[in-house]
Design a protein. Structure first.
Lengths: 264, 524, 321
């Protein structure tokens, strides 16, 4: 049986996407607040905005040890004690390790389950330092305040990640990554642990409630923006718009003029 | 019948034509014309107007893109004024966009969100307005390039060049005012920079800045009303008036033309105003409007609801102005930090130079260019035939260098985006631009000069070539002939003739010409 | 009226009046200049009709895209009509000299100098008063307009609301405690009591960062030995270049970056926010902090220099380290 070749469907898909663009995006706006929140069995009747998973099964730790041995120990050492080429991971807490592995910043990104296992193993080696969360945060965005989330996002995040979450280059080769593919757990981990050059936002700066609001805004609105009005042009603003205006607007009309007028 | 003596009036043929006309039944059109002409004498100027000749070269249509974009701008702008509230008064938004529901914001921002979400067709009109502004200024720029590179600004058209330059800068200013009106986070940041630029002017800067904004930034909120009245009334009225003057001068001085068969400094060759040019240009208007409508409906521009209202201590990264302000933003970015401080005063050259002096100098140079060139070449003659750019290598090289200079500055306004996109260090990108902005224009200028000289040396460069057709005779002999002219080329080989007023045969009901026997087919 | 003109006007047409009437151009219907460009005019006609019809349909189905397509198709049809079916000429029109004759110029000049001379030359005094009046009126009218626009700056650009003892609060008005920020954290703060007015917040905005743990005094320059208690540093958030909020804190490289024009400031031990890259000319002013007995962060004093971009009246008190 012949299956339709994916590539042959691509142009049609693009056209269809363009045609229904406005409609589709206006529908996705309704998905705001219903984003990927992980509910664990421990949730009570009034779930906290963020549930930190601090305890891991011995199976997870064992699995993590195997993975760590195979993939991480060459640089970080068998007990994650660090080396000349890689930092000491002891005491950084499971959230830090989970973030770096699950986002692919460390060269292993098979699945989030593996990242959790490795995090469980590293967390089992030493107690977490007080400035790091001692668990992997799972965010409940159901009761989040989207308005406050937007307000806090614009104040604390947009300066680097841009208002549309597209990310941009910082000084000296650093860059703020795009938020468009981050999971709710990863966003919360980044806020709490401050990976790389990102500032750390501890509980004194942003409460769990506020972090949940920001996460809801990122996973809801930033990742599914209300892009009514047609194609979003990458969310990088006037530069892209200028090119479209000059290329398709002025350029297109010049082609029309070229047809309409005399050419010699 | 097109060769008539130029001077003898009332010849037999002329009388014959009148006789033909008089022999016809009086139509409602004739009656209407008679009524109007009795009162206004419209037939005199009217006929001259309808006979007016417009050269047909495609590059002469570039200004029309700008003209028709302006028409679209006015039409869509009027629509927007029906819903936009030019006020900084704080209101609480309750509308369809949930992340802003219940948020305090200025009435200007709230009404713009409302236009995008709550007004029927509001978003498409708003986007069309914005696209039209981008296209308007882009069309002015390419139109101006055409004028520059073909020498159309030379005597007697220096005044119209100056009007055109004024229009360009007014359009840029009005564009900036327009996208600043919604009071969203991005445009508010732009206003903050504008305030700092005004502030940088020596001696009067702080007074001017506080007068314009009604106090220390962000001021007392009056700025929105002030920008509004400038944007929707004062500047558009000046632009409309100058466009009128631009066109009036065009009519008075008649259009320039490229050299060609039968074209001299003393005549204009092309299509008559009525009906040929009128049909083309009206059609072109609809096409411009159509393209703008499609852009407005298909491509998102300035989604202000995603940005949130302007709050002075908040900022987004990757903020750029609209493309036509990019050269200024780029200049601000790559300017070294040269601040003068001494004698109890500060002159912030790092802002004043790129933000005030540089655009001022640009405008002055643009305005004075016809006179500068006159001085350099000593050519004070009237010109109605256009130059081919390659025949004026020095001017073309200067123009190309200037264009590349502004283009590099434009690119410099997105240093961060380039660094992000290509994964290189921001520092390297910035330093590259500091050098590129000097090197690129020099290289482009020299290169262009060289190309012009080479093209001038080679015969028939740039001429449209006809395909050569190789034929074989039944005897097996091969020979080549030039292929038939392509559509549109045949007419150019005819000797230009005056526009006829009276056409023999049409009054007798020869409607469908192409089937008539004896009709000469042209050019094929 | 001459006979010729009479005849012309009877025919419902007038002629151009350049040195007598010109002939009324006449052409036969099969004149090559009048022929359409299209190879097959009938087909072109059908195409034009189709395009116009699409246009009309597009207008009628008014909604979003169809109107745009309709406009374009309608215009396309009309333009194609003009290009392919209407006479293409080429037609020619004569230019007439733009300049007037010498006599006309002389007459015009004479009107101004001689007739105008009657007014001015004999009544120079009156002319002077007229000019004076216009000038005075202009100035008098311009002045209140200008003055009504805004206040005179006075010292408004030199000061902020930060004073000795001001509590640091976040944008919601909550006081900042010394335990609030982790090392590597950043927070935008304001003086307590000034978080309601936009102008206040625009001027006072300050970026509080923490670069070291408790009991470490961060010394940016020797004479600011006590300004950075418990690892905290505070700098004006208004860029010294063009006034954008310097919102980006890179906590590993210890740098503040301005998002607008990418000025970069070094902060931390021995790094008093000097601009190291980009167009900013001056360091960000530093706010001296202390931790009170309850553990709240407060300002020892206001800024020791005007914040934000340069301006003419700014004194030369520039604190480079």
């Amino acid at each position: 049986m012949r299956r339709p070749h994916l590539r042959s469907l691509l142009p049609a898909g693009v056209v269809a996407l363009a045609a229904v663009g406005g409609l589709a995006f206006s529908l996705t706006a309704g998905a705001v607040g219903r984003s990927t929140s992980v509910q664990t069995a421990a949730d009570s009747l009034t779930p906290p905005p963020i549930h930190y998973v601090t305890h891991f099964t011995t199976g997870q730790v064992k699995e993590g040890e195997v993975l760590f041995e195979a993939n991480c120990s060459t640089c970080h050492g068998t007990r994650a004690e660090g080396s000349a080429v890689a930092p000491d991971l002891q005491g950084l807490g499971p959230a830090t390790v989970d973030f770096w592995v699950s986002t692919g910043r460390m060269p292993l990104a098979d699945s989030s389950a593996q990242a959790t296992d490795i995090a469980a193993f590293v967390a089992s080696l030493a107690p977490t330092a007080p400035s790091y969360p001692d668990g992997i945060p799972y965010v409940n965005t159901k009761d989040a305040n989207l308005q406050l989330g937007m307000r806090l996002f614009v104040l604390n995040c947009a300066a680097c990640h841009t208002i549309t979450g597209a990310g941009d280059a910082l000084a000296d080769g650093a860059y703020a990554p795009s938020l468009h593919r981050a999971t709710s757990t990863q966003v919360a981990e980044a806020i709490r642990t401050g990976p790389g050059n990102m500032p750390v936002f501890g509980p004194g700066t942003l409460s769990n409630r506020q972090v949940a609001d920001i996460v809801a805004y990122v996973t809801g609105v930033i990742q599914h923006p209300d892009d009514r009005g047609g194609l979003g042009l990458g969310g990088i603003g006037p530069v892209a718009e200028g090119f479209v205006a000059l290329l398709f607007g002025v350029g297109g009309l010049m082609v029309v003029a070229f047809w309409l007028g005399e050419r010699a | 019948m097109s060769t008539m003596p130029e001077t003898s009036a009332g010849t037999a043929s002329g009388n014959g034509a009148v006789a033909v006309r008089n022999g016809r039944k009086q139509s409602p059109l004739d009656a209407g014309l008679t009524w109007l002409d009795d009162r206004l004498g419209v037939a005199k100027g009217g006929r001259t107007f309808l006979d007016k000749i417009f050269p047909d070269h495609w590059s002469f249509l570039l200004g029309e893109i700008a003209l028709y974009s302006f028409v679209v701008l006015v039409a869509t702008g009027v629509f927007l004024t029906l819903y936009f509230v030019p006020s900084a008064a704080q209101v609480v938004y309750h509308g369809r966009y949930k992340p802003l529901d219940g948020v305090k914001m200025s009435a200007a921002y709230a009404s713009t969100v409302h236009i995008s979400f709550g007004v029927r067709s509001g978003l498409v009109i708003r986007q069309m307005h914005h696209w039209a502004a981008d296209v308007f200024i882009g069309a002015i720029a390419v139109h101006m390039c055409r004028i520059f590179f073909t020498g159309a600004f030379r005597k007697p058209r220096e005044l119209n060049w100056i009007i055109g330059v004024t229009l360009l800068f007014l359009a840029i200013v009005n564009g900036f005012l327009g996208y600043s009106l919604p009071d969203d986070l991005i445009s508010g940041t732009g206003l903050r920079i504008a305030y700092s630029i005004i502030l940088s002017i020596p001696l009067v800067g702080s007074y001017l800045a506080e007068f314009v904004f009604g106090g220390v930034f962000p001021g007392n909120g009056d700025i929105i009303q002030r920008m509004f009245i400038l944007h929707v009334l004062i500047i558009p009225v000046i632009i409309a008036g100058l466009i009128g003057a631009h066109l009036a001068l065009l009519v008075k001085q008649k259009h320039t033309q490229f050299p060609g068969k039968g074209r001299t400094e003393q005549n204009v060759v092309g299509s008559p105003m009525f009906p040929t040019f009128m049909a083309k240009t009206t059609g072109f208007f609809f096409m411009v409007a159509g393209v703008l409508w499609l852009l407005g409906g298909l491509a998102q521009i300035n989604p202000i609801w995603q940005f949130g209202p302007y709050i002075p201590y908040k900022v987004s990264y990757a903020v750029q102005p609209d493309w036509y302000m990019g050269w200024l933003d780029g200049a601000l970015r790559i300017m070294p930090s040269w601040e003068f401080a001494g004698f109890g005063h500060t002159i912030p050259f790092e802002v004043f130079l790129p933000g005030v002096l540089f655009p001022g100098l640009t405008a002055t140079l643009f305005v004075l260019w016809p006179f500068i060139e006159q001085k350099l070449t000593g050519d004070r003659a009237e010109h109605h035939l256009l130059d081919r750019p390659r025949d004026r290598p020095r001017r073309t090289a200067i123009g190309a260098a200037a264009l590349s200079f502004y283009f590099v500055l434009f690119c410099a306004s997105s240093t961060d985006l380039l660094a992000n996109f290509f994964g290189i260090s921001l520092n390297i990108v910035l330093w590259s631009f500091r050098f590129l902005v000097i090197i690129v224009p020099i290289v482009v200028g020299l290169f262009t000069y060289r190309i012009c000289l080479d093209m001038a040396g080679a015969p028939r460069v740039g001429k449209r070539k006809r395909a050569m057709v190789v034929l074989r005779t039944p005897e097996g002999e091969y020979y080549t002939v030039e292929s038939e002219p392509r559509p549109g080329e045949g007419h150019e080989e005819l000797e230009p003739a005056p526009v006829p007023d009276f056409i023999e045969g049409i009054a007798e009901g020869n409607g469908a010409g192409e089937t008539e026997p004896g009709v000469r087919r042209v050019g094929r | 009226m001459s006979d010729e003109e009479q005849q012309a006007s009877q025919g419902g047409v007038a002629t151009e009046g350049h040195g007598g009437s010109e002939p009324l151009p006449l052409a036969s219907f099969d004149d090559p200049h009048l022929q359409p460009l299209a190879k097959h005019p009938r087909r072109a006609e059908v195409a034009v009709a189709a395009l116009l019809a699409i246009g009309v349909l597009g207008f009628a189905a008014y909604e979003g895209i169809t109107l745009g397509v309709g406009l374009f198709a309608f215009g396309f049809g009309l333009a194609a009509w003009g290009k392919y079916l209407l006479p293409q000429g080429p037609f020619v029109e004569q230019r007439h000299p733009l300049r007037s004759t010498d006599d006309e110029r002389a007459a015009m000049a004479a009107v101004i100098t001689e007739r105008g001379g009657i007014a001015v030359r004999r009544r120079g005094f009156l002319g002077g008063i007229l000019a004076l009046g216009a000038t005075v009126m202009g100035v008098v009218l311009a002045f209140p307009l200008l003055r009504s626009l805004g206040p005179v700056p006075k010292k408004s650009l030199d000061t902020t609301n930060w004073t000795k003892g001001s509590y640091l609060v976040d944008s919601l008005g909550r006081r900042v405690h010394v335990t609030d920020l982790e090392v590597g954290g950043a927070l935008t703060v304001f003086p307590e009591g000034f978080t309601n007015d936009e102008v206040d917040m625009a001027v006072d905005q300050t970026i509080l960062i923490r670069v070291a743990g408790p009991d470490v005094d961060v010394v940016t320059t020797p004479h600011r030995a006590t300004w950075g208690p418990d690892g905290y540093l505070a700098f004006s958030k208004v860029c010294t270049h063009a006034g954008c909020p310097v919102g980006l804190f890179q906590h590993q490289t210890l740098q503040l970056l301005c998002p607008c024009h990418q000025s970069l400031f070094d902060v931390g031990e021995g790094r008093p926010a000097n601009p190291v890259f980009g167009p900013a000319p001056r360091p960000l002013p530093q706010l001296p902090l202390y931790v009170d007995e309850d553990g709240f962060l407060r300002a020892q004093a206001g800024y020791d220099q005007p914040i934000g971009p340069g301006f003419w009246e700014r004194t030369t008190r520039v604190h480079y380290a």
